[in-house]
Write a protein that binds this ligand. Structure first.
Ligand SMILES: [Ca+2]
Ligand SMILES: [Ca+2]
Ligand SMILES: [Ca+2]
Ligand SMILES: [Ca+2]
Length: 247
């Protein structure tokens, strides 16, 4: 009896493990479907699409915080470019740069602050700010947090776009760029690769159906999934980090 109960529990545990292993990941990206740039969140299988900005101005360059709860982005909704931060469901949008000057290129530090470029003092300089807009100060340093884009989480592989064969393809290889393998092999333009946080998948952009769409593919070139399906451009994919899938 006791052995049967333990066996039952083991079955339950392995079922739960399988569920968490198959957890659907999310991708944030930019789409022009509304006639201007807006930010969307979508499941990697193309379900659960959610529009996070609906402003008539342009909203672009979405960057997830390291804990996956917030998104920094650029918007020109007040007439000049600003850095905004919103919750991952699109609520609580805060202008954290607050300057009539140009504010660009938000990146998260590992401890959850935002570094960005601004020309508010005539020259381009780095600033750092909390995600609630507090404690904004210039960063007297050339240090810029590395962007999570092409490198696999273990740092041993790279994914890059190249038109070396006459059309744009995604190539995957080791960090020394030897043995780069074409994983897309399609006559359309395949660009903008972004690795997920456990290194098992790469999101990229392709215009193979006539306009730009988000696709997901495994690093060995198998398992291709078309994530977006529409007649406008979709680009700048970035995976949502989660507690169990952080670097
Ligand atoms: Ca917009
Ligand atoms: Ca500004
Ligand atoms: Ca191609
Ligand atoms: Ca599209």
């Amino acid at each position: 009896m006791r052995a049967a109960k333990i066996a039952g529990l083991l079955v339950l545990f392995s079922a739960l493990n399988a569920l968490s292993a198959q957890q659907v990941e999310q991708i944030v990206y930019v789409s022009t479907c509304d006639g201007n740039e807006n930010i969307y969140l979508i499941n990697e299988d193309g379900t659960g699409i959610k529009q996070l900005t609906s402003n008539p101005a342009n909203d672009w360059s979405p960057k997830f915080s390291p804990d996956g709860t917030k998104i920094a982005f650029i918007s020109d909704r007040d007439g000049n470019t600003e850095i905004y931060v919103m919750d991952a469901d699109g609520s609580n949008k805060i202008n954290v740069s607050q300057s009539p000057a140009n504010d660009w290129d938000p990146r998260w530090t590992t401890d959850g602050k935002i570094v960005f470029l601004s020309d508010r003092n005539r020259y381009w300089e780095l600033f750092i700010v909390n995600p609630d807009g507090s404690d904004l100060k210039s960063l007297v340093s050339n240090w810029v947090p590395e962007e999570h884009m092409c490198w696999s989480p273990d740092g041993e592989k790279i994914a890059e776009e190249s038109d070396r064969t006459g059309n744009w393809e995604i190539y995957v290889g080791d960090s020394k760029r030897t043995k780069m393998v074409n994983i897309t092999n399609h006559p359309a333009d395949d660009i903008d690769p972004c690795w997920n946080y456990d290194g098992t998948k790469i999101a990229f952009v392709s215009d193979r159906d006539g306009d730009q769409e988000i696709f997901v593919i495994k690093p060995d070139g198998t398992g291709l999934v078309q994530v977006t399906h529409n007649h406008c451009d979709d680009y700048s994919p970035q995976w949502r980090p989660s507690e169990n899938k952080k670097k």
